[in-house]
Design a protein around this ligand. Structure first.
Ligand code: CP3
Length: 358
């Protein structure tokens, strides 16, 4: 089969089957039968069945095998009974797909062979075409057939977080090279973020056309910025991504870590749902975000290492703070930590469903 005659998924415009799910209703701020739950990084190292199927297969290679992607994406749905699946991939997959020399090193994260720091480097960021990520389209087609009414969340890295990996060359605590470029050469920075916005938009469109019924933009490291810098140097690129997929009508979720001071701007960038980490209670987050948006979050992932009673107490606190929200999707404040007991996650899903049934 060539890239061109591979199935392209559901024709756009057709009503997605999961339309009536609790997850999509909460994103749309409609009444729900129970508060929907899913977990960032629900597929992954906390699950023994994940470690088993990934054995001997490098992370990026596993993202390019549709049958494996389907299996890994379904594992947490089967095990935990979560209200949504998140597509198994990584934020650096589209960069790899356009030929950037990078790898995901176990225990480290994405590492880029030649960082992007000059204008001459920009040409390496060519446009992404659907053929570059044919395996994403194929895996999403397999998944939507299997998932039925359970929504599938597509995702991408936001321009700032992708830029941080590309400019630093790998994970970074202080983002010093990234900020040096942002402050020192604002025009090159703007051009870099605009290129990344184009690539990210194209990657999200591929996923929506293939059946994703919501999308999440991960700006994991943007909490490193002050609001004025975010507004001036990052928000235009993220806003471009959100507006590029607005016409599909699927909910757009916007998430970052340590973004308490940015929540209002992250909503303003064009999100329908704003993700909140555990540092700001959801009622306060709602005041910062303002009306007309749902919120997602925000149990500290480290809480899952404490006793069952403590987990329930902290989950009840999240639900209490969310009681008056227009829409709430229960999640952790960041991804599932790799050594989390999977049974604690399964119990948490049941707890939230039980205690929010209406
Ligand atoms: O279950 C899911 O959430 C879907 C899969 C998913 C992965 N990465 C798989 C993965 C998602 C949504 C991501 C997003 C991602 N990738 C982000 C944004 C989310 C966040 O955590 O803030 C970021 C910053 C990355 C970059 C990245 N990729 C990191 C920091 C790491 C961890 C490195 C490590 O080993 O600690 C990766 C690798 C990665 N991506 C793994 C998984 C399951 C672990 C690799 C493995 O199992 O070998």
């Amino acid at each position: 089969m060539t890239a061109n005659d591979r199935p392209l998924g559901r024709p756009s415009g057709q009503q997605p089957k999961p339309y009536e799910s609790a997850f999509l209703k909460a994103c749309r701020r409609e009444p729900v039968p129970h508060t929907p739950v899913w977990f960032m990084r629900q597929a992954g190292r906390s699950l023994p069945e994940y470690l088993k199927v990934r054995e001997g297969i490098p992370m990026l290679e596993s993202c390019m095998r549709p049958e494996l992607v389907k299996e890994i994406t379904l594992q947490p749905v089967r095990r935990h009974g979560v209200d949504a699946a998140i597509f198994f991939s990584d934020i650096v997959v589209p960069l790899k797909a356009i030929g950037i020399d990078l790898d995901i090193k176990p225990g480290v994260g994405p590492v880029v062979a030649e960082p992007i720091r000059t204008r001459a480097d920009l040409h390496r960021l060519r446009d992404l075409t659907p053929e570059d990520v044919w395996y994403v389209t194929e895996a999403m087609g397999l998944l939507t057939d299997e998932l039925g009414t359970t929504p599938l969340i597509g995702f991408a890295g936001a321009p700032f977080t992708l830029a941080s990996y590309l400019v630093e060359g790998g994970p970074s605590r202080n983002h010093e090279h990234t900020k040096a470029l942002m402050y020192g050469d604002p025009q090159l920075w703007a051009d870099l973020l605009d290129r990344l916005a184009e690539i990210t938009s194209a990657f999200l469109k591929v996923q929506i056309e293939a059946g994703a019924s919501a999308v999440q933009l991960f700006d994991s490291w943007v909490g490193a910025l002050a609001p004025a810098d975010y507004r001036r140097s990052v928000m235009p690129a993220s806003a471009k991504v959100f507006s590029s997929v607005a016409s599909y009508g699927v909910p757009r979720i916007h998430f970052g870590v340590g973004t308490g001071e940015l929540l209002g701007l992250m909503g303003e960038a064009g999100a329908d749902v704003v993700g909140v980490d555990w540092r700001v209670p959801l009622d306060e987050a709602a005041r910062r975000v303002g009306p007309g948006k749902a919120l997602q979050g925000n149990l500290d992932p480290a809480v899952l290492f404490s006793s069952r009673e403590a987990v329930e107490t902290k989950a009840a606190e999240v639900l209490a703070a969310a009681a008056d929200l227009e829409g709430h999707v229960f999640n952790l404040g960041h991804g599932v930590l790799p050594t989390t007991d999977p049974d604690a996650l399964t119990r948490l899903v049941a707890y939230v469903h039980e205690h929010t049934a209406r």
